[in-house]
Write a protein that binds this ligand. Structure first.
Ligand code: ZN
Length: 342
């Protein structure tokens, strides 16, 4: 039996066509033991004034990354409607059940929201939401920003992520947003990107978009939360939605992850005695730390070295690690040809 071909099962309690400030929910109807006949609300804040562009601001795609959600909640309450020429759609906790549970993936269906696109109108709760974002919201937007952090598992160099799409015009718009965000690093997503992410959804719809990775650790670090809000505000000015000067900041370092072979992965289960941090320069063959086999004390510890050279974009943040776990994400410098300078 085929499913009915419906547009979306997600319903917004706000009217996106109205001017002014509205606070409401995206209503996800999903029947389970906790909500047999109810729904799961996803918070949405809309601020609209004038005829300027529309931007979609997303936080909480992963439920153990709190810097973006905190920044968006603070900004939504401190930004005045008088300042806005356009429309700002804020989803501060797209995966609210995951945020509520401090869990990377949704506790409702175990799905990673950033691997759920293009989604499915007739799928589970995460797939229904992803489908709504890609097919209903993104096509109404002129730009989108998706705020991430390392969560419990990792810590990132603060970076803006721009997809290196084949459409040169869209690529330049992505890079323009990334430069406006003002993080010290721009991470270009190419072959390493996953076509089930928000970035990939925006690329499919031709919408300029950046993500950001802002520190990590699973808490809410003040400087990373501040960079999230300042970066979003710089992008709002860049897009012409808010006024004011776009402040200049040091030119970012532009990198990409050329090969997973450059990354350091745990060769076995044990304690990873890390001797580096995100932001360091990795040199192939140089020491990265030791593996201590705490469950087998008679087994000698093993020295680990970096497989490749480059910027340590992220370090794993766990003490006890499993075989195959990412310990260091290594990125190399790339030449940019978007006309934006070094
Ligand atoms: Zn994330």
């Amino acid at each position: 039996m085929s499913s009915p071909n419906i547009a979306s099962r997600v319903r917004a309690t706000v009217d996106l066509s109205l001017q002014g400030r509205q606070v409401g929910s995206l209503v996800v109807t999903h029947s389970d033991n906790r909500q047999p006949l109810g729904h799961y609300p996803v918070p949405v804040i809309v601020m609209a004034g004038g005829k300027g562009p529309t931007v979609l601001l997303i936080g909480g795609v992963h439920g153990d990354e709190f810097e973006g959600p905190a920044a968006l909640m603070h900004m939504a309450q401190s930004l005045s409607l008088d300042e806005i020429n356009g429309r700002i759609i804020i989803l501060p906790a797209l995966n609210l059940p995951a945020i509520s549970a401090s869990s990377r993936v949704s506790p409702l269906d175990g799905v990673n929201m950033n691997r759920a696109f293009p989604g499915d109108a007739n799928g589970g709760p995460t797939a229904m939401l992803a489908h709504y974002i890609e097919e209903v919201l993104l096509p109404q937007c002129n730009a989108a920003i998706d705020l991430h952090a390392g969560g419990k598992a990792s810590v990132f160099v603060p970076s803006a992520l721009a997809t290196r799409v084949s459409d040169q015009s869209l690529y330049e718009k992505n890079m323009g947003l990334a430069r406006a965000f003002g993080a010290p690093v721009i991470w270009q997503l190419g072959g390493y990107n996953d076509n089930r992410s928000v970035n990939a959804a925006a690329a499919r719809k031709g919408i300029p978009m950046i993500a950001a990775e802002l520190g990590g650790g699973g808490g809410c670090t003040p400087q990373d939360r501040d960079l999230a809000e300042q970066g979003v505000r710089r992008c709002l000015a860049f897009l012409g939605i808010t006024g004011g000067m776009i402040e200049t900041h040091p030119p970012p370092r532009v990198v990409s992850v050329a090969s997973a072979d450059d990354n350091l992965y745990a060769p076995a289960r044990g304690i990873f005695d890390r001797r580096f941090k995100a932001g360091d320069e990795a040199v192939a063959g140089q020491p990265a730390g030791w593996m201590h086999f705490i469950e087998e004390p008679e087994r000698p510890s093993v020295a680990l070295t970096f497989p490749g050279s480059g910027l340590v974009l992220a370090h794993g943040n766990r003490g006890m690690v499993e075989r195959g776990e990412l310990l260091a994400l290594i990125a190399g410098d790339v030449d940019t040809d978007d006309g934006g300078g070094a």
